[in-house]
Each structure stands twice: as C-alpha cells, then as structure tokens.
Design a protein around this ligand. Structure first.
Ligand SMILES: Nc1ncnc2c1ncn2[C@@H]1O[C@H](COP(=O)(O)OP(=O)(O)OP(=O)(O)O)[C@@H](O)[C@H]1O
Ligand SMILES: [Mg+2]
Length: 255
C-alpha cells in the first residue's frame, strides 16, 4: 500500500471535451483509494451540470448552492457513500453554480480546502469546457489528471487543457487515457499527446494510466452501482486500481 504522504491531497479530473468518462473515473478512483484504506472525499466540481449524484443514485442532503450562499457550511453537505468514501455532490440540473463570480468561487474553494484537511485525498470531478471556473479549480488541485480518449477531438481538448494549465501556473499534470481499445492503442494515444506537449509546450506530462473500454462500465452506471462492486474482475476495474496505485507515485511532496 502506498504511504499516505505520497498521495496528492487534491486531485482534479478534467478533460476539456465532455463525455470522456471524468465523472465515472472520479467515482471509481475515489472508491479504489477508499478500498486501499484512504480517507477520500469526492467533490462534484461540475458547477454547471453536476452528475455524481446521478451516477450514484444519491440525493445530496444540501445543494451546493446553499453552501455558496452561506446558508449551510460545506461540512453539512457531505454524505457518506457505502463504498467507504464521502461525497459533496451538487444537484443535477441546479446549474446555479455555473454563474459564481470569482470571490464566491474563492470562498467555495476556501471551504473545500478546510474540509479536505480531514481526508487523505480529495478528488474533484471537473466540468467539461475550459471556462474560468474549471481552470481555477484545476489550478487549486495539487495534481490534475487530464482524461483523453482516442478521438481526435478529445486529444485536441486535452492538449488545450494542458496548455492552459501550464499558462495558469498549475502544478503537476498527468494524462489518463480512457476508453482505450487496448493497452497498445492507449499507449499510442498518450504518445501523440505527449509529443505535441513536448514540441509546443516544452514539457511532457507523465502518463498516469490507461483504462480500457469495457462494456461493464456502462452496465454499472446504468445500475447506479460501483464498478469495483458490480464487476470487480473486469478489465476497467483492474485498470482503475492500477491508476489509483500510480496516482501516489511521483507526486510532488506536499505538506
Ligand atoms: N472505460 C470505459 N469503458 C466503457 N465506457 C465508458 C468508459 N468510461 C466511460 N464510459 C462511458 O462514457 C459515458 C460518459 O461518462 P461520464 O459521464 O463519466 O463522462 P464525463 O466526462 O464526466 O461527461 P461530462 O463531460 O458530460 O461530465 C459513461 O456513461 C460510460 O457509458
Ligand atoms: Mg461528468
């Protein structure tokens, strides 16, 4: 098991392009880390279209809007999942958080920083796109996992995320290839992205992991169940467990 000190405290999951698997990965990574004995908080940072609650079939005790308005402290918006991790979830379709101004967003992140002190690791499921709030939350994290698939549009967006993150002074950024046809194809997708970064940004983001396309992911989501419970021996389950183990490796030391 990895030592707690090597695990990045705040891990954001972003992609630029929508629908690549950020939310599912955030949930499954949180679960894998919890199973490895970590205290994990999953934060639904998709301020426009929260959907952690939908994938898990949750009804959050309080909407995040109540937290940002100051009516409810963030700690009261936490719910515990039977998978062994805690969640702060938005309510799907609430959408009001998409319009947060910079001071309100800063206030939300201050609360999240305080709350995350109670956990070994906090995972932020970012929204799609590259707007100000998404960039701000990516920069807030110690490690940004940029999710890319084999689709060219996903690669272009992943590159844009990495470029803006570097411009914003973001720290550690790493690549996750999701929905890979197989390990070889996933490796080639990473190599294409890494080459573009090396050529145009002068830095190469490391590969955090490759998660293969697996129909059982869809099945677990449809049933609102965790993949590691529903299909513990699936290829995607093994890949996310390997990803969870690698997330703690090579992280900058953060105290
Ligand atoms: N490894 C995988 N194998 C097969 N299907 C997958 C895999 N990862 C994700 N998916 C599929 O992709 C769909 C989209 O996943 P998800 O909602 O997590 O994406 P997202 O990036 O969070 O989307 P959005 O940008 O809209 O928030 C899932 O419903 C699932 O069916
Ligand atoms: Mg999502």
């Amino acid at each position: 098991m990895m030592p707690a000190s090597s695990l990045p405290r705040l891990v954001a999951i972003g992609s630029g392009k929508g629908g690549v698997g950020k939310t599912w990965l955030a949930i499954t990574l949180a679960h894998a880390l919890a199973r490895a004995g970590r205290r994990v908080l999953l934060f639904d940072a998709d301020l426009g279209l929260a959907n952690v609650d939908i994938q898990l079939g949750l009804v959050p005790p309080h909407d995040l809007a109540a937290v940002t308005s100051g009516a409810v402290p963030m700690a009261r918006a936490v719910c515990s999942h039977r998978g062994g991790f805690d969640i702060v979830a938005g309510r799907s379709g609430a959408g009001v958080l998409a319009t947060l101004d910079a001071p309100a967003l800063a206030g939300l992140l201050d609360q999240l920083r305080d709350l995350s002190a109670e956990y070994d690791c906090t995972i932020l499921d970012l929204g799609a796109g590259l707007d100000r709030a998404v960039r701000r939350m990516a920069r807030f994290a110690d490690t940004l996992l940029v999710v890319a698939t084999e689709e060219p549009t996903s690669l272009t967006d992943a590159y844009a995320v990495l470029k803006l993150h570097a411009q914003d002074g973001g720290r550690d950024a790493r690549v996750v290839v999701n929905q890979a046809s197989n390990a070889g194809a996933g490796g080639r997708t990473y190599a294409t992205l890494a080459r573009a970064c090396a050529t145009f940004l002068g830095r190469t983001p490391p590969l955090a992991g490759i998660v293969r396309r697996d129909e059982r992911v869809r099945d677990a989501i449809r049933r609102q169940e965790l993949l590691l419970v529903r299909h513990p021996t699936s290829t995607a389950a093994a890949d996310v467990e390997a990803l969870a183990a690698s997330v703690g490796v090579g992280a900058p030391s953060l105290v």
